[in-house]
Design a protein around this ligand. Structure first.
Ligand SMILES: Nc1nc2c(c(=O)[nH]1)N[C@H]1C(S)=C(S)[C@@H](COP(=O)(O)O)O[C@H]1N2
Ligand SMILES: [Mo]
Length: 156
């Protein structure tokens, strides 16, 4: 797990990599620099049933846009080949498409949560929050890597 040491103990770091002009390593406190949104979500887990939580944090789209994804911003079609690969420290991972979270396309209000039920996620790392998901499986906790990829295999 990526960590930096502070007086308060280990702080999780999230690496933003891939087709970005400004790749970055961000802590949960760094994610407070973007406008914060709240989401009250309810999701079902196949093994533990229904869970309800209140999350706060920036929009994933805002954070990734600031990292400079390598598409032409004035050509909307250019964004359609971009994938977002989100990984947790335990290896749980999921793919989103850029279009899914883009305000011009799917407009999913996906958050990179910095708090869960008012508790800060500074040590655990941010959590993906997809208010539109009925199932909990994509609510990846302890995110340590997000890779943006504009070269979908097999496309030219
Ligand atoms: N890092 C990580 N995040 C994860 C998972 C996981 O295995 N690893 N499981 C997912 C699943 S299946 C569900 S339902 C939700 C809630 O799981 P919990 O009950 O273990 O909190 O977290 C999701 N996020
Ligand atoms: Mo689950």
């Amino acid at each position: 797990m990526s960590q930096s040491l502070t007086a308060a103990g280990p702080v999780a770091e999230l690496a933003l990599t891939g087709d970005l002009t400004r790749p970055a390593r961000l802590t949960v406190p760094d994610l407070l620099a973007w406008p914060q949104h709240a989401a009250d979500v309810s999701f079902e887990c196949a093994t533990s049933g229904v869970q309800r939580h209140r999350f706060t944090g920036p929009l994933l789209h805002d954070v990734l846009s600031a990292a400079g994804p390598g598409f032409d911003p004035v050509r909307r079609k250019d964004r359609l080949r971009f994938l977002i690969a989100v990984s947790g420290v335990d290896g749980h991972h999921a793919l989103l498409s850029w279009a899914e979270i883009d305000p011009d396309f799917g407009r999913a209000p996906v958050l990179l949560a910095v708090t869960i039920d008012t508790a800060p996620l500074d040590r655990a790392g941010p959590q993906l929050v997809l208010p539109q998901d009925r199932c909990g499986a994509r609510h990846i906790s302890g995110i340590n890597s997000i890779r943006v990829d504009g070269g979908y295999p097999g496309w030219t």
